[in-house]
Design a binder for this molecule. Structure first.
Ligand code: PNS
Length: 165
């Protein structure tokens, strides 16, 4: 590994306990971690990027995980351009299943072609293996309790925000 700086990119719409688990594991492996809210042109978002960024910042701070963790947002171009700007040599992604392997592998190959950057896949705790932002969005939009699946700051926001309080 040529760099001890890594980027954990994602839509984080919203951040889940699975995301936090991967961020915690990555923070233990790298000297500096950039957790980056990235616009995914292939998905229609529930939350604006600024809201996702603020929920992610609060969730990471509340978790108390050690290490140098910078939370940011990127919507102006290629992910690898951000990685190059901060001198990161590695992208980190969480893999829950073979479906994630199939989804992530082409992106990892493309990013390596674009910028000679490696992608490292981390396995989250199996307790979070079935948690996804899309399921959280669906349960929340239908009035269900998402607190078992998301950090407390996100649960609080969705509970009050979704009801317009
Ligand atoms: O959480 P997601 O939606 O699975 O994250 C996907 C994301 C945002 C990391 C991916 O769509 C991405 O890297 N978007 C930035 C645009 C880019 O660099 N595309 C080319 C390489 S895939």
């Amino acid at each position: 590994m040529s760099s001890r700086i890594a980027v954990v990119p994602g839509s984080f719409d919203p951040p889940t306990l699975g995301h936090l688990d991967v961020i915690r594991r990555a923070a233990a492996l790298f000297d500096e971690l950039h957790v980056l809210v990235v616009h995914n042109p292939g998905k229609e978002a529930m939350l604006p990027i600024a809201q996702r960024l603020s929920l992610l910042e609060r969730s990471i701070a509340d978790d108390g995980m050690p290490g140098t963790i910078i939370v940011g947002a990127w919507s102006m171009g290629l992910l690898v351009d951000y990685a190059r700007d901060v001198d990161a040599g590695v992208l980190v992604k969480g893999i829950r299943s073979q479906v994630d392997v199939a989804y992530e592998s082409p992106m990892a190959i493309v990013n390596r072609h674009l910028a000679d950057i490696e992608t490292v896949f981390l396995l989250p705790d199996p307790a979070h293996a079935l948690v996804s932002s899309s399921l959280v969005r669906q349960v929340s939009s239908l009035g269900g309790d998402v607190s078992p699946f998301v950090p407390p700051a996100v649960a609080e926001f969705l509970d009050t925000g979704a009801r317009g309080i």
